[in-house]
Design a protein. Sequence first.
Length: 582
Amino acid sequence: MNLYIVSANQTGPVNARLAKAELTLAAKASQIAIVDKADAADVIILLGQGATNDASISGKKVYIVKDLDALFANPKQVLQSAQSDATVYSESTQQTTPASHSGVKRIVAVTACPTGVAHTFMAAEAIEEEAKKRGWWCKVETRGSVGVGNELTAQEVADADIVIAACDIDVDLSKFAGKLLYRTKTSPALKKTAQEFDKAFAEAQVYQPSTTAAKASSNKEKKGVYQHLLTGISYMLPMVVAGGLIIALAFAFGEFKDVPTIVKEMINGIEISKEVMVKTLVGEPYLAQIGNFAFSLMIPLLAGYISYSIADRPGLAPGLVGGLLAAEIGAGFLGGIAAGYFAGYLSLLLTQYIRLPQSMEALKPILIIPLLATLITGLAMQFVIGTPIAYLMTSLTTWLETMQEGSAIILGALLGGMMCTDMGGPINKVAYAFGVGLISANQYAPMAAVMAGGMVPPLAMSLATFIARNKFNKAERESGKAAFVLGLCFISEGAIPFAARDPLRVLPSCIIGGAITGGMALAFGSQLMTPHGGLFALAIPGVVSPVLGYLLSIVVGSVVAGVIYAVIKRPETKLEQEEAIA
């Protein structure tokens, strides 16, 4: 192929000369000839902003590169795009060509996972890295636990060629109306980023927010039952964390002494120690009350947002009421899940099948659907669904309370192993949801096994990179350092880079270590009152007990998993090390 390079009027002479030099070097490496006349060229590359004084390119196949930064980042990609995407040039069409047609694609994305901590940001980083490799412009908005991060502007959305929504939960995408949008999950966006990029351009469809009924129906088709549960958990989780830590603080302040007695003693001039004052006036009774109120909202939030995920806003009220009733009749988190699904699908059916005159259609989502769905859900929870689930929840709680040491070890090993099976995937989330849900029933032992087991994979991989340093390339050793910190924070996904490269060795090693950790944790009688925070949550006395047994279980499981993997790992070849670095 013969290539002719020309610069546009608004491109500075220095930038134009540097860009042309970069392309010339890349062309020689690709055995592409650079010619001096447009007539002798198969493809012409126009560099920079504006038109050009070179009238000879009119009517020729021209590829426009307005973003020179992307060209400097990946000139070979520009050459490849020029061969496939060049179009017939005229000055009038060039004047109206948007920046997104310059050959350097513009990607915007949104990421969100149920907890809003690990997968949200790791998927965002993977998307940005893949775009950088391809020489494309990219910006990713994160919908994490702290809110919206790196927020996309209206202009950035308007200029984008495509939108990638890598979300495990229901998020508002209304600002992308009219744009090509591709939906995926955080896990494939993280682990198979290149394939997801290719699928995005092949399968993306124009996104149009529609009416409530159509939107709810669309959500039902696009999201499975499991994803509705994850949406509910994501909204419930902050309440569980806050409530658990506040109750733990209350326990840390010690025994309660009657406030009126303290006040009376102060009035009578009796000396009262500072310690007693703190424990009494701000201690256990009031902090515990706040924590208990927070806990009382857990199940309504779970049910409400499961229903919201299914039926959008009309499902929120019946889901919240159904969850509140589930808590009141003792159905616990199992009842909350049942209420959420019942209310959501009921609201969806009512939305689809109730037909009203056009003048009254606006009343459906704010009056008719919430009224009917809330009434029916409430009656169903009280007289049909609630009682058997309350019996099941009572039986489960009784079994956990009377659990013998042998069965406790088996349960802990099962939960710990599940946490290490797929690093934040469905199996991991099932075990996590089980532990979180039982906190609402004041059963704190399963959560201890869950969090301890979930910390093992990243800690084990970090240890393995230290023990068998020569078996890992430089990039993996650096990942090992980051994995250690992530492990301390209870972010199992810190082990994903290792599991993605060597799943047949990493996963069995971690499952063995996680099972040992979970079993030991419950053998020691460990209990954990918060569903997140890792070791840093232990800064508050009373969050976990006994502390030494809990920590020992984490250390033993991590060491076992790390040593196993260090022994069975195949050393990296020189070629693999070079590819990893590249």
